[in-house]
Write a protein that binds this ligand. Structure first.
Ligand SMILES: NC(=O)c1ccc[n+]([C@@H]2O[C@H](COP(=O)([O-])OP(=O)(O)OC[C@H]3O[C@@H](n4cnc5c(N)ncnc54)[C@H](OP(=O)(O)O)[C@@H]3O)[C@@H](O)[C@H]2O)c1
Length: 244
């Protein structure tokens, strides 16, 4: 039912775990994918070869690099703001510079890139879809994740505010909030967390990068043409109850 042939999609952080899954699902739906990376050149290049897409490099915390990237890529129909950093630190030990680093990467970069992409769409009078990868932590912070959760919560509101301003221009904005998404080696690295998640999730498994990608493809597609300003949790049902 979903065919995104002719659509250009820019996925940030596509050299990472979830970004690669998102890129793969868009490619499977027929879209042309531009896989953004910063340091993960090898992974992004291999991914682009696999899905028949292209790559582009930028540190998204540098507005000049973001501007240059958008100039190089040209107009895209779909932007997926997926790139982010996560660190665990109790608030009393968190330095101002660490707090700023997380906000720079997880919130300010999303503002800069989204603005540059949306300006092009507006100039050309074209519709578009912007999806930001948030987290269930935007609503339910975990201990030690205050900066991360705060930045995600702010990103959720940036999305809603953007939806309000640009609906009339045919540009839709939504967030996808994943729960615990598996990656190779996670069972060995954090068995206790995996076990707790299995016990708490009504659907009884970790998520996959492709689960997140499927939600993004849906939100970018004509099936979601009357959906904007929303936050879709992709979490196996964990947020149906207050904690895990
Ligand atoms: N993993 C989970 O369970 C989970 C749960 C909820 C939400 N999320 C969200 O899902 C998204 C992807 O997470 P992930 O687990 O796939 O993480 P990941 O594997 O670490 O991938 C994140 C990517 O973001 C890129 N990135 C970070 N800072 C950047 C910057 N300043 N400029 C450009 N690129 C930058 C990195 O690119 P390079 O490697 O190229 O430098 C990295 O590959 C994030 O938004 C995260 O908050 C993840």
């Amino acid at each position: 039912m979903i065919n995104l042939k002719g659509q250009r999609v820019l996925v940030t952080g596509a050299g990472g775990n979830i970004g690669a899954g998102i890129a793969r699902r868009f490619a499977a739906a027929g879209a042309e994918v531009v896989a953004h990376y910063r340091h993960s050149a090898e992974a992004a290049t291999a991914l682009a070869e696999e899905i028949g897409g292209s790559t582009v490099r930028a540190d998204l915390t540098d507005p000049a690099q973001v501007e240059a990237m958008v100039e190089r890529v040209g107009t895209v129909d779909v932007l997926v703001n997926n790139a982010a950093v996560q660190s665990v630190c109790p608030l009393r030990e968190l330095s101002t510079s660490e707090w700023r680093e997380i906000f720079d990467a997880n919130l300010h970069a999303v503002f800069t890139l989204t603005q540059a992409v949306v300006r092009r769409l507006l100039d050309e009078g074209r519709p578009g879809s912007v999806i930001a990868i948030s987290s269930i932590e935007g609503d339910q912070p975990a201990a030690g994740h205050a900066a991360y959760a705060s930045a995600k919560a702010a990103m959720n509101m940036h999305t809603r505010a953007s939806a309000l301003e640009y609906g009339r221009d045919g540009i839709r904005f939504n967030t996808v909030s994943p729960g615990f998404i598996g990656r190779p080696g996670i069972d060995e690295h954090w068995p206790e967390g995996v076990a707790r998640w299995h016990a708490a999730a009504p659907l009884h498994r970790l998520g996959t990068p492709e689960d997140v990608g499927n939600a993004c493809v849906f939100l970018a597609s004509p099936l979601a043409e009357w959906i904007t300003g929303q936050n879709l949790a992709v979490d196996g049902g964990v947020s149906t109850h207050p904690t895990w």
